[in-house]
Design a protein around this ligand. Structure first.
Ligand code: UTP
Length: 224
Protein backbone atom coordinates (compact mmCIF):
# COMPACT_ATOMS: atom_id res chain seq x y z
CA UNK A 1 0.00 0.00 0.00
CA UNK A 2 1.33 3.45 -0.92
CA UNK A 3 1.85 5.99 1.84
CA UNK A 4 1.07 9.65 2.47
CA UNK A 5 2.92 11.63 5.13
CA UNK A 6 1.33 14.61 6.87
CA UNK A 7 3.32 16.89 9.15
CA UNK A 8 0.93 18.93 11.25
CA UNK A 9 1.89 21.86 13.47
CA UNK A 10 1.24 21.52 17.18
CA UNK A 11 -0.60 24.84 17.11
CA UNK A 12 -3.09 23.42 14.61
CA UNK A 13 -4.11 20.53 16.80
CA UNK A 14 -3.70 22.11 20.22
CA UNK A 15 -5.06 25.64 20.21
CA UNK A 16 -6.46 27.28 23.33
CA UNK A 17 -9.96 26.18 22.44
CA UNK A 18 -10.56 22.51 21.69
CA UNK A 19 -12.41 22.14 18.40
CA UNK A 20 -14.22 18.80 18.47
CA UNK A 21 -15.81 19.34 15.03
CA UNK A 22 -12.31 19.70 13.58
CA UNK A 23 -11.27 16.32 14.98
CA UNK A 24 -14.48 14.70 13.76
CA UNK A 25 -13.86 16.02 10.25
CA UNK A 26 -10.20 14.96 10.36
CA UNK A 27 -11.23 11.45 11.41
CA UNK A 28 -13.71 11.28 8.55
CA UNK A 29 -11.09 12.32 5.98
CA UNK A 30 -8.59 9.81 7.36
CA UNK A 31 -11.18 7.01 7.45
CA UNK A 32 -11.59 7.40 3.69
CA UNK A 33 -7.89 7.71 3.04
CA UNK A 34 -6.86 4.54 4.82
CA UNK A 35 -8.85 2.51 2.33
CA UNK A 36 -6.16 3.39 -0.22
CA UNK A 37 -3.10 4.58 1.68
CA UNK A 38 -0.99 4.00 4.75
CA UNK A 39 -0.96 7.31 6.63
CA UNK A 40 1.82 8.79 8.77
CA UNK A 41 1.13 11.88 10.87
CA UNK A 42 3.93 13.81 12.55
CA UNK A 43 2.81 16.29 15.19
CA UNK A 44 4.69 19.46 16.16
CA UNK A 45 5.19 21.02 19.56
CA UNK A 46 3.23 24.24 19.08
CA UNK A 47 3.06 26.96 21.72
CA UNK A 48 3.87 24.58 24.59
CA UNK A 49 7.25 23.58 23.16
CA UNK A 50 8.16 27.22 22.58
CA UNK A 51 7.20 28.10 26.17
CA UNK A 52 9.59 25.46 27.54
CA UNK A 53 12.33 26.28 25.01
CA UNK A 54 12.17 30.03 25.78
CA UNK A 55 12.26 29.32 29.50
CA UNK A 56 15.24 26.99 29.11
CA UNK A 57 17.08 29.49 26.94
CA UNK A 58 16.57 32.22 29.56
CA UNK A 59 18.17 30.04 32.23
CA UNK A 60 21.11 29.32 29.95
CA UNK A 61 20.50 25.72 28.87
CA UNK A 62 22.30 24.55 25.75
CA UNK A 63 20.54 24.28 22.39
CA UNK A 64 20.56 20.50 22.35
CA UNK A 65 18.74 20.38 25.69
CA UNK A 66 16.19 22.87 24.36
CA UNK A 67 15.65 20.74 21.25
CA UNK A 68 15.08 17.78 23.57
CA UNK A 69 12.38 19.74 25.44
CA UNK A 70 10.72 20.34 22.06
CA UNK A 71 10.95 16.65 21.17
CA UNK A 72 9.37 15.61 24.47
CA UNK A 73 6.44 17.98 23.93
CA UNK A 74 5.90 16.77 20.35
CA UNK A 75 5.74 13.21 21.66
CA UNK A 76 3.15 14.18 24.29
CA UNK A 77 1.11 15.90 21.57
CA UNK A 78 1.42 12.80 19.39
CA UNK A 79 0.29 10.61 22.28
CA UNK A 80 -2.82 12.74 22.86
CA UNK A 81 -3.60 12.62 19.16
CA UNK A 82 -3.57 8.83 19.21
CA UNK A 83 -6.58 9.00 21.56
CA UNK A 84 -8.39 11.24 19.08
CA UNK A 85 -7.54 9.63 15.75
CA UNK A 86 -9.19 6.29 15.11
CA UNK A 87 -7.17 3.34 13.70
CA UNK A 88 -3.90 4.75 15.03
CA UNK A 89 -1.00 3.40 17.10
CA UNK A 90 -0.92 3.58 20.89
CA UNK A 91 2.84 3.69 21.47
CA UNK A 92 4.77 6.61 20.00
CA UNK A 93 7.78 5.51 17.92
CA UNK A 94 11.00 7.37 18.66
CA UNK A 95 12.58 6.90 15.25
CA UNK A 96 11.30 6.82 11.69
CA UNK A 97 12.54 3.23 11.37
CA UNK A 98 10.37 2.22 14.33
CA UNK A 99 7.45 4.12 12.81
CA UNK A 100 7.79 2.06 9.64
CA UNK A 101 7.38 -1.17 11.64
CA UNK A 102 3.96 -0.19 13.02
CA UNK A 103 1.18 -2.12 11.33
CA UNK A 104 -1.75 0.20 12.14
CA UNK A 105 -3.41 2.04 9.23
CA UNK A 106 -2.38 5.38 10.78
CA UNK A 107 0.94 5.93 12.54
CA UNK A 108 1.32 9.06 14.65
CA UNK A 109 4.64 10.29 16.00
CA UNK A 110 6.48 13.41 17.16
CA UNK A 111 10.16 14.33 17.04
CA UNK A 112 13.22 12.11 16.89
CA UNK A 113 16.64 13.68 17.50
CA UNK A 114 17.87 17.26 18.17
CA UNK A 115 18.90 19.52 15.32
CA UNK A 116 15.73 19.93 13.28
CA UNK A 117 11.96 20.26 13.58
CA UNK A 118 9.20 17.73 12.92
CA UNK A 119 9.18 18.88 9.25
CA UNK A 120 12.41 16.97 8.83
CA UNK A 121 10.97 13.89 10.55
CA UNK A 122 8.14 13.97 8.03
CA UNK A 123 10.55 14.33 5.11
CA UNK A 124 12.64 11.42 6.45
CA UNK A 125 9.53 9.25 6.78
CA UNK A 126 8.36 10.24 3.31
CA UNK A 127 11.75 9.24 1.93
CA UNK A 128 11.87 5.92 3.81
CA UNK A 129 8.30 4.92 2.96
CA UNK A 130 8.57 6.25 -0.62
CA UNK A 131 5.46 8.34 0.06
CA UNK A 132 3.50 9.56 -2.93
CA UNK A 133 2.94 12.87 -1.15
CA UNK A 134 4.32 14.83 1.76
CA UNK A 135 1.92 17.43 3.12
CA UNK A 136 3.13 20.12 5.49
CA UNK A 137 0.05 21.38 7.32
CA UNK A 138 1.06 24.63 8.95
CA UNK A 139 -0.75 27.67 10.40
CA UNK A 140 -0.65 29.82 7.25
CA UNK A 141 -1.85 29.20 3.67
CA UNK A 142 1.47 27.86 2.36
CA UNK A 143 4.77 29.60 1.60
CA UNK A 144 4.83 33.40 1.39
CA UNK A 145 7.42 35.88 0.11
CA UNK A 146 7.77 37.09 3.72
CA UNK A 147 6.33 36.09 7.10
CA UNK A 148 2.53 36.62 6.83
CA UNK A 149 2.23 36.68 10.62
CA UNK A 150 4.45 39.78 10.68
CA UNK A 151 3.78 41.48 7.32
CA UNK A 152 0.20 42.15 6.24
CA UNK A 153 1.33 42.64 2.61
CA UNK A 154 3.03 39.22 2.44
CA UNK A 155 2.16 37.41 -0.80
CA UNK A 156 1.32 33.74 -1.05
CA UNK A 157 3.51 31.75 -3.46
CA UNK A 158 1.53 29.14 -5.42
CA UNK A 159 4.56 27.23 -6.72
CA UNK A 160 8.20 27.42 -5.76
CA UNK A 161 11.26 25.47 -6.81
CA UNK A 162 12.98 23.55 -4.04
CA UNK A 163 16.26 25.26 -4.98
CA UNK A 164 14.67 28.69 -4.49
CA UNK A 165 13.40 27.63 -1.07
CA UNK A 166 16.86 26.40 -0.13
CA UNK A 167 18.34 29.69 -1.30
CA UNK A 168 15.81 31.55 0.88
CA UNK A 169 16.01 29.45 4.05
CA UNK A 170 19.23 27.42 3.73
CA UNK A 171 19.56 23.82 4.90
CA UNK A 172 20.92 24.37 8.41
CA UNK A 173 19.25 24.25 11.79
CA UNK A 174 19.90 27.47 13.75
CA UNK A 175 18.11 27.17 17.03
CA UNK A 176 15.50 25.26 19.02
CA UNK A 177 11.92 26.39 18.57
CA UNK A 178 12.69 28.28 15.38
CA UNK A 179 9.34 29.02 13.78
CA UNK A 180 9.66 29.00 9.98
CA UNK A 181 7.35 27.46 7.46
CA UNK A 182 9.73 24.59 6.51
CA UNK A 183 13.00 23.88 8.23
CA UNK A 184 16.30 23.68 6.33
CA UNK A 185 17.15 20.02 7.09
CA UNK A 186 13.71 19.04 5.73
CA UNK A 187 14.37 20.95 2.51
CA UNK A 188 17.60 19.06 2.04
CA UNK A 189 15.81 15.68 2.17
CA UNK A 190 12.92 16.86 -0.02
CA UNK A 191 15.45 17.85 -2.69
CA UNK A 192 17.63 14.75 -2.39
CA UNK A 193 14.74 12.26 -2.34
CA UNK A 194 12.58 14.28 -4.78
CA UNK A 195 9.57 14.12 -2.49
CA UNK A 196 6.36 15.63 -3.92
CA UNK A 197 5.67 18.22 -1.20
CA UNK A 198 2.69 20.49 -0.63
CA UNK A 199 2.33 23.21 2.01
CA UNK A 200 -1.09 24.32 3.22
CA UNK A 201 -3.07 25.56 6.20
CA UNK A 202 -3.80 22.59 8.49
CA UNK A 203 -6.80 24.38 10.00
CA UNK A 204 -8.52 24.27 6.61
CA UNK A 205 -9.35 20.60 6.25
CA UNK A 206 -11.10 21.13 2.93
CA UNK A 207 -7.75 22.23 1.48
CA UNK A 208 -6.04 19.17 2.95
CA UNK A 209 -8.64 16.97 1.31
CA UNK A 210 -8.26 18.77 -2.04
CA UNK A 211 -4.48 18.50 -1.94
CA UNK A 212 -4.66 14.78 -1.22
CA UNK A 213 -7.15 14.22 -4.04
CA UNK A 214 -4.95 16.03 -6.61
CA UNK A 215 -7.43 18.89 -6.85
CA UNK A 216 -6.57 22.59 -6.97
CA UNK A 217 -5.98 23.69 -3.37
CA UNK A 218 -5.12 26.87 -1.53
CA UNK A 219 -1.45 26.48 -0.70
CA UNK A 220 1.99 25.99 -2.21
CA UNK A 221 3.37 23.25 -4.45
CA UNK A 222 7.09 22.69 -4.08
CA UNK A 223 8.61 21.94 -7.47
CA UNK A 224 11.29 19.28 -7.25
P1 UTP B 1 8.24 21.49 15.98
O1 UTP B 1 8.42 20.58 14.87
O2 UTP B 1 6.96 21.62 16.63
O3 UTP B 1 8.68 22.94 15.49
O4 UTP B 1 9.30 21.16 17.06
P2 UTP B 1 7.75 24.18 15.20
O5 UTP B 1 8.31 24.80 13.97
O6 UTP B 1 7.73 24.98 16.43
O7 UTP B 1 6.31 23.61 14.81
P3 UTP B 1 4.79 23.98 15.23
O8 UTP B 1 4.75 25.26 16.01
O9 UTP B 1 4.28 22.85 16.00
O10 UTP B 1 4.14 24.15 13.92
C1 UTP B 1 9.47 21.97 18.24
C2 UTP B 1 10.93 22.03 18.57
O11 UTP B 1 11.38 20.74 19.04
C3 UTP B 1 12.70 20.45 18.60
C4 UTP B 1 13.14 21.72 17.85
O12 UTP B 1 13.77 22.58 18.75
C5 UTP B 1 11.82 22.33 17.38
O13 UTP B 1 11.93 23.70 17.15
N1 UTP B 1 12.70 19.22 17.77
C6 UTP B 1 11.54 18.71 17.27
C7 UTP B 1 13.90 18.54 17.54
O14 UTP B 1 14.97 18.97 17.98
N2 UTP B 1 13.88 17.36 16.83
C8 UTP B 1 12.72 16.84 16.33
O15 UTP B 1 12.75 15.76 15.70
C9 UTP B 1 11.54 17.55 16.54
Amino acid sequence: MKSIVISIGGSIIFSDEINITYFEKLNLILKNLIKKYKIYIIVGGGKTSRTYINFGRKIGLKEETLDQFGIDITRINAKILTYIIENSNTKIPKTTNDAKKIKKPITIMGGTTPGHSTDMVGAELAEKTKAIKYIIATNVDGVYDKDPNTYSDAKQIKEIKIDDLIEKFGTNWDQAGKNIVIDGPALKIIKKAKIPTLVLNGKKLIQLERAINNQIFNGTIIKI
